[in-house]
Design a binder for this molecule. Structure first.
Ligand SMILES: [Zn+2]
Length: 96
């Protein structure tokens, strides 16, 4: 589900299929909003797809942070790093 939302967001950001695939994107977003999960999860997925999670690379790009490195481990930050590849994220996933 998260990868589907991310792929949808990446396609929107890249502009691929913006005209011919517009109805399928609307259908995908409609199906995302109809998923039976709390609205905060839907908003999180939407922000993930729109690349608007407040990771330090996004904050740095918006001139809201001096550094773009992960504050926990110092590696280059991104949504993928924050959710999957950061050592702290891996610890959280291991505990769940
Ligand atoms: Zn990290």
């Amino acid at each position: 589900m998260m990868l589907k939302a991310k792929t949808l967001g990446e396609n929107m950001l890249e502009g691929s299929g913006a005209t011919s695939d517009n109805s399928s994107q609307e259908k995908a977003w409609s199906s995302l909003w109809k998923i039976g999960v709390p609205s905060k999860v839907k908003v999180f997925l939407w922000r993930l797809a729109r690349h608007s999670l407040s990771t330090t690379d996004v904050l740095h790009h918006r001139n809201m942070s001096y550094v773009s490195a992960c504050p926990l481990c110092g590696a280059d930050d991104s949504w993928r790093h924050a959710l999957v590849s950061c050592t702290m994220a891996r610890c959280v996933w291991a505990l769940s």
